[in-house]
Design a protein around this ligand. Structure first.
Ligand code: ADP
Ligand code: MG
Length: 474
């Protein structure tokens, strides 16, 4: 009995190796087309039994790949002389046994397939999930105070078999590294436990899959597919706010996975308690596990990220010109919004330097990034402008949006509209709306009027300059 099972394990691990070889030889796409759904049956009397889903596949694999499969197995000293293909629907159900055998084999050699880490178990991910970007790894993630907790939690999930928290809920503003950490976790879990089914996808894709299942009256298999994973990772779950049936389905999936002690990892742009349009029970259950926030990066972290990314860029771009530290410091100081924009700015600078074939300094950086810097200097809001302007002129904010025509309100109002146009990217109608629902022509008029006054009146021009300073420098 024990001898038989160790044999099963032998041939099974040989079969797994065969698949790896085929994958390497055929390339991922071809491999998946033919071998994704193939299932190992058994080896008996030198005959290898394989289960395939369709007759067409059976014939194709038989004609095209039989010899190669036999050769690889023989090379592995497996006594096999022929292959029998059988349709899966004729298979006697012994699924649980199979998956146990698989576990034993794979556990004994963890990370053996790390080369194919993005594709390992990728059958699951490819149908339902999103592809993983190998560059979004832990190694490429720079840790600082603002993302320390999220990073530590993410790391822990990939290192410890049974972490004490579940789900893990990561949240933070756009471009701060949530998706990066999600990919890093998925990649690492697959590497450390190749047998685990890891499914990573965006909430949007989850919804899309669900709607598709509804349309094709296939919700049973939808449910089953999602509930059979070991790790479910859903990115940007704020997306399903207010989408009731999707949310309901997500909640059921989420609950049943938690009940089975499977891992659930979620990300969102805000904390569970701030998720508007979410059912209260869901919000509360989302925060049962570990909730970790990612804050905007500090100057030091932004600088570290730039240092790492510029080193990579220079390596991969055959850049001839290194970047001065002063440029990195300048970028880290100026681009405060998020890491994505920081990366974008750096890319631009490096590309420019390559194209122009010259070393770039801070002055040149300013020119290259002129537009970006203007909008990035700080995201100025109309509310902020209204506050500062009313403060400056010593009136109430309400007076700026009211319909009162008193000169002492009308002029500051025009100044505020003018600044809203100059310092934000809001459209004229948007600005009008923010000023008590005024028409866009009123905004145009205000802008013209202020321009005119500025040119006529030095004191007034000075006032507007000072205000601009106050708003942009705070
Ligand atoms: P989010 O999902 O939070 O909107 P992403 O994970 O997509 O943000 O991050 C945006 C970009 O910034 C990505 O290219 C990512 O690699 C990079 N990034 C974010 N945080 C870091 C970090 N701490 N270290 C390195 N790169 C980072
Ligand atoms: Mg994201």
């Amino acid at each position: 009995m024990s001898e038989k099972s160790s044999k099963t394990v032998d041939i099974k691990s040989s079969w797994d190796r065969t698949l790896s070889v085929l994958r390497a030889e055929l390339g991922e796409a071809t491999f998946r087309s033919w071998f994704k759904h193939i299932e190992f049956g058994e080896l008996s009397e030198k005959k290898l039994l394989l289960y395939v889903p369709t007759k067409f596949m059976k014939d194709w694999i038989h004609t095209h790949y039989s010899d190669r499969i036999l050769a690889i197995l023989k090379n592995d000293n497996i006594p096999v002389s022929s292959i029998i293909f059988e349709l899966q629907k004729f298979k006697v159900s012994k699924d649980s046994e199979d998956s146990n055998a698989q576990k034993t084999v794979k556990n004994s050699k963890p990370a053996a397939s790390s080369k194919f880490v993005t594709n390992e178990n990728g059958d699951h991910n490819s149908m339902l999930g999103a592809p993983l970007d190998p560059n979004l790894s832990f190694e490429n993630f720079v840790v600082g105070g603002s993302n320390e907790l999220a990073y530590a939690a993410a790391k822990r999930i990939t290192e410890v078999e049974n972490v004490s928290f579940n789900p893990l809920f990561l949240y933070g503003g756009v471009g701060l590294g949530k998706t990066h950490l999600m990919h890093a976790m998925a990649l690492e879990i697959k590497k450390n436990w190749p047998e685990r089914k890891v499914l990573y996808l965006s909430a949007e894709k989850f919804m899309y899959q669900f709607i598709k299942a509804l349309r094709f009256k296939d919700t049973m298999s939808f449910k089953q597919q999602f509930r059979s994973v070991d790790v479910l990772m859903v990115d940007d779950i704020q997306f399903i706010a207010g989408k009731d049936s999707t949310q309901e389905e997500f909640f059921h999936t989420f609950n049943s996975l938690l009940d089975l002690n499977k891992k659930v990892i979620l990300s969102s742009d805000r904390a569970p308690s701030d998720l508007e349009g979410f059912d209260e029970r869901i919000k509360s259950r989302l925060s049962w596990g570990l909730v970790a926030d990612i804050l905007p990066a500090s100057f030091e972290l932004r600088y570290e990220i730039l240092k790492q990314k510029s080193a990579e860029l220079l390596k991969t771009n055959n850049g001839h010109h290194t970047l001065d530290d002063s440029v990195l410091i300048f970028l880290a100081k100026t681009i405060v919004s998020n890491v994505r924009e920081l990366e974008g700015a750096l890319n631009k600078v490096v590309t420019f330097s390559n194209i122009m074939n010259k070393k770039i300094d801070v002055e040149l950086t300013k020119t290259v990034l002129k537009d970006l810097l203007r909008s990035n200097n700080k995201r100025i809001t109309i509310d902020e402008i209204q506050n500062k302007v009313s403060n400056y002129y010593n009136i109430n904010v309400d007076d700026l949006t009211s319909s009162r025509r008193l000169r002492s309100f009308a002029r500051p109002r025009q100044v505020a509209m003018y600044l809203a146009k100059k310092l934000t990217s809001r459209s004229l109608p948007e600005i009008g709306r923010k000023f008590g629902g005024r028409d866009h022509t009123t905004v145009i008029h205000a802008v013209k009027k202020i321009d005119q006054l500025k040119s006529e009146n030095e004191k007034f021009d000075e006032d507007v300059s000072v205000l601009t300073q106050i708003i942009t420098s705070s």
